[in-house]
Design a protein around this ligand. Structure first.
Ligand code: PLP
Length: 429
């Protein structure tokens, strides 16, 4: 079979780092049974207020004559449901002040799909101009889900962060603008805000600077708002929504509102990009799933999404984050560790400077004790230089029920103490 695969076939079907890791995480969960502590995944928590809202909306859809039948029985247009797109544009005008209309909005089958389509529209071989274009990550670590999405060789270039250490056990990444160069091969810049995995939120000033650079060099800036503004608002630091103009592409997702099963993403961009995305949607899947759009459309119109975020989703994760951080500080007392300032999303990003074992070795040891986290080095793709920091970090999700989380943190702290007590050089990953 292998010899019959195309280059793209090989790229898509692996083995890719992300696939191996997801497979390993799934297997660890299955073999660990009910006692496994899964702090590895990106699944949103079941926030009670959100679950109740979605159940209520399904009941309304079932009760309205014709709505249920249309939702399940009709293909939408490839750009998305007309009514959803119009409502979504009005929602963004109202909440973010963006001057956008339906011509600026395209629905996709998840924001993962949105990124796949955008990246492959922009990056890769361009025989017409004899160039091979890449995507620039202005700051790594960055979302692992992008890493194998571009159907081209070596498609990312990444810039190391500037690291601030405000207090003994905290740190924060910033974009190193001195190291950021927009060479001719760069088609677009991309970042998630808040960032998965680090829980960093690139500040308003830094983002404005990136947007200015994009305009100045006529490139696109893709900002992935899966956790951000205006929804789901999993943010613990006051920032403004990303700036928007014709050089900026914004991606949104219904997943972290508690609807990952609907696989719904939304892209906001200049009409030409929207037009191309709609064409790509048609090629890929004819149309998108309608369920997420049908469930949320009235809530984007009547303020329900803002209330859900302000009253349920934001407070739930803020409280979780506070508890997780408190436990981390308590259990690691006396140990050399730093946590990235948790400014959003639902991860703690732990840095263990000078750890004698690699992040992957620590991951394996934790897995053997039924605790699953994600080794940090996966998130540093696209770097062209050495960076020891990459092998010293772990991503820990805190959406699990609290009793489990506590047990996971205790085992984590115990393994870190053991590893810290070992001497010698770090083993090769
Ligand atoms: N972007 C980021 C930063 C994410 O963390 C995720 C999922 O975890 C996605 C995009 C993909 O979300 P979706 O479920 O819409 O594909």
């Amino acid at each position: 079979m292998k010899s019959t695969l195309s280059d793209n076939g090989r790229r898509l079907s692996g083995p890719t780092g992300i696939h191996q890791l997801m497979h390993d995480l799934g297997a660890a969960l299955e073999s660990g049974g009910p006692d496994a502590v899964m702090m590895g995944g990106g699944n949103p928590a079941h926030v009670p207020g959100a679950d109740a809202l979605w159940r209520g909306r399904m009941q309304e859809i079932l009760a309205e004559p014709g709505t249920f039948e249309t939702m399940l029985g009709d293909y939408d247009g490839p750009q998305g449901r007309r009514r959803f797109i119009e409502t979504f544009a009005a929602f963004l005008r109202r909440t973010c002040g963006y001057e956008v209309g339906p011509e600026n909005i395209a629905v996709t089958s998840s924001s993962q799909t949105a990124c796949f389509l955008l990246f492959n529209l922009l990056a890769g071989e361009d025989h017409a101009s004899h160039t091979r274009r890449r995507v620039l990550l202005p700051l790594v670590p960055e979302y692992i889900g992008y890493s194998d999405q571009i159907l081209a060789e070596n498609p990312f270039r990444a810039v190391k962060p500037r690291i601030d250490t405000p207090t003994a056990h905290r740190f924060k990444y910033h974009i190193d603008f001195d190291a950021l160069t927009l060479t001719d091969d760069i088609a677009a810049l991309c970042l998630s805000r808040p960032t998965n995995p680090s829980a960093n939120v690139v500040g308003d000033d830094e983002l404005a600077r990136l947007a200015d650079l994009a305009v100045e060099h006529d490139r696109l800036l893709i900002v992935d708002n899966a956790y951000g503004l205006p929804f789901p608002g999993i943010l613990f630091t006051p920032v403004r929504p990303a700036p928007w103009n014709a050089n900026v592409v914004l991606t949104f997702s219904l997943s972290k509102l508690g609807l990952p099963g609907t696989r719904t993403g939304v892209v906001v961009a200049a009409p030409e990009i929207i037009h191309r995305l709609a064409s790509a949607n048609a090629v890929l899947a004819l149309a998108n799933g309608s369920v997420g759009q049908a469930i949320t459309e009235p809530l984007f119109a009547n303020g329900g999404i803002e209330r859900l975020c302000a009253e349920h989703i934001g407070p739930f994760y803020r409280e979780r984050c506070r508890t997780a951080l408190q436990w981390m500080d308590e259990l690691l007392e006396g140990v050399d560790y730093r946590v990235h300032e948790p400014e959003g999303a639902f991860f703690l990003w732990l840095w263990l400077p000078g750890l004698p074992i690699s992040d992957r070795e620590l991951y394996l040891r934790l897995k053997a004790r039924g605790v699953v986290v994600v080794p940090g080095s996966y998130f540093f793709y696209g770097l062209e230089e050495e960076f020891p920091h990459r092998d010293e970090c772990l991503r820990i999700s805190y959406g699990q029920p609290l009793e489990k989380l506590r047990r996971g943190f205790e085992i984590l702290a115990d393994e870190i103490r053991r590893a810290r007590s070992e001497t010698g050089h770090r083993r090769a990953p």
